[in-house]
Design a binder for this molecule. Structure first.
Ligand code: PLP
Length: 389
């Protein structure tokens, strides 16, 4: 293709982005009061986590040098997998180089002809991409709507050519709205229909009660519940994992080792990241989880206490708190104004918002002290109201 075609295409895409208020930038937020990162427990900077990363790099090298199925598997990967199993009370774990590749890997490895994946409408991009790669027939259920999941399961069962292998795909805590999936009810539904449930625990591993939403829902030992997680949010490191429970977990892990393309054709997680995640797991104790829940509750209460914002604050369950904004532009303006006042918040705009409504997203952190946090939230509320008017 001639170059001018590419140039004019790029220019058109940029113009459309700007006109719609959807321009994104990879600017640094260093030094700002952090209401934006996913380092929920502040462990990324913890001296024991950094020390573990440094020691692992010195011991094993800066990189793993090969895929896990070649020569890339190191003792630290095995130790991390054992640590993840112990923490989440699951039976088998497989570590990937990111949460994104864990989702892509497991979905593609479980799909193919004869399978149906029913995704929640708010599922993360990595779940959608994995489902598309999988070759499974895809359906979308309305967000957190058990009746709609049931309708789709029944439609498959009564169709002329029902798919024999069905999997529901959800997040434990949704990354944009911050609300929780009804995991226990979804698992019961799966049992009724002989389906699997895949739960992305990106925002609940080491970030909600008991450190795992699957564990808290009493599903850790359930064979039909598969979970994925990222090591790059509450654990402050990098990487991802698939976690399995119940009878058959080792066989399923073996299937993934042999078929998950993002496991096989990807260099193994770096030793420093693996060791850091393992050290962080040991620090993600009930006291830190309690402090995180306390910070999240305080943010919600303070925002909902503002009359003009009350009905715009999403009813969240974890450390993610979202506030609806009238336009993509006003969301971007508010985030920029807050950065100017020393506060980092996330700005979510299409296509990152499942309902097309832009949002300011705040994340709670266990290490924020009450006075500083209250002062920052007061500024956030004032700025949102000012930018709206
Ligand atoms: C719900 C969800 N799943 C998966 C991921 C991907 O995780 P990672 O950043 O480790 O690739 C994210 C992170 O953005 C996420 O929010």
């Amino acid at each position: 293709m001639a170059e001018p075609a590419w140039d004019s295409w790029l220019a058109t895409r940029a113009t459309v982005r700007l006109r719609r208020g959807l321009q994104r930038n990879d600017t640094s937020a260093t030094g700002l009061f952090d209401l934006s990162s996913n380092d929920y427990l502040g462990l990324s900077a913890h001296h024991l986590v950094r020390r573990a990363a440094a020691d692992a790099a010195l011991r094993h090298g800066a990189g793993a040098s090969a895929s896990r199925v070649a020569t890339g598997t190191l003792s630290v990967h095995r130790e991390l997998e054992a640590g993840l199993c112990q923490y989440t009370q699951r039976q088998a774990a497989l570590v990937f180089s990111s949460g994104y590749t864990a989702n892509l890997g497991v979905l593609a490895a479980m799909g193919g002809p004869g399978s149906l994946f029913i995704l929640d409408a708010h599922a993360h991009a990595s779940l959608i991409d994995g489902a598309r790669l999988s070759g499974a027939t895809l359906a979308t259920a309305m967000h957190n709507d058990l009746a709609d999941f049931t309708r789709l399961l029944e439609a498959n069962r009564s169709s002329k050519h029902p798919k024999a292998r069905v999997m529901l795909v959800v997040e434990s805590i949704y990354s944009v709205f911050g609300d929780a999936a009804p995991l226990a009810a979804l698992a019961t539904l799966c049992t009724q229909f002989g389906a699997l449930l895949l739960v992305d625990e990106a925002h609940s591993l080491a970030a909600t009660s008991q450190g795992s939403a699957v564990l808290a829902a009493g599903l850790a030992d359930q064979r039909q519940v598969l979970s994925t997680a990222t090591l790059s949010k509450a654990l402050g490191s990098q990487g991802g994992a698939v976690l399995l429970g119940g009878q058959g977990a080792p066989e399923l892990r073996d299937h993934l080792v042999n078929t998950a393309r993002t496991f096989i054709f990807d260099t193994a997680l770096s030793p420093a990241a693996a060791a850091a995640a393992l050290a962080a797991l040991r620090l993600a104790d009930p006291q830190r989880l309690g402090a995180l829940a306390h910070s999240a509750g305080l943010i919600r209460d303070l925002l909902q206490g503002q009359l003009s914002l009350a009905d715009r604050v999403e009813v969240g369950a974890g450390a993610v708190i979202s506030v609806k904004m009238p336009t993509a532009d006003s969301a971007a303006r508010t985030a920029a104004a807050l950065a100017g006042k020393g506060i980092a918040v996330a700005c979510f705009r299409p296509p990152s918002v499942p309902d097309g409504i832009s949002r300011i997203r705040l994340t709670a952190h266990a290490h924020h002290r009450r006075p500083e946090l209250s002062a920052a939230i007061a500024k956030v509320a004032r700025t949102i109201i000012e930018e709206d008017s």
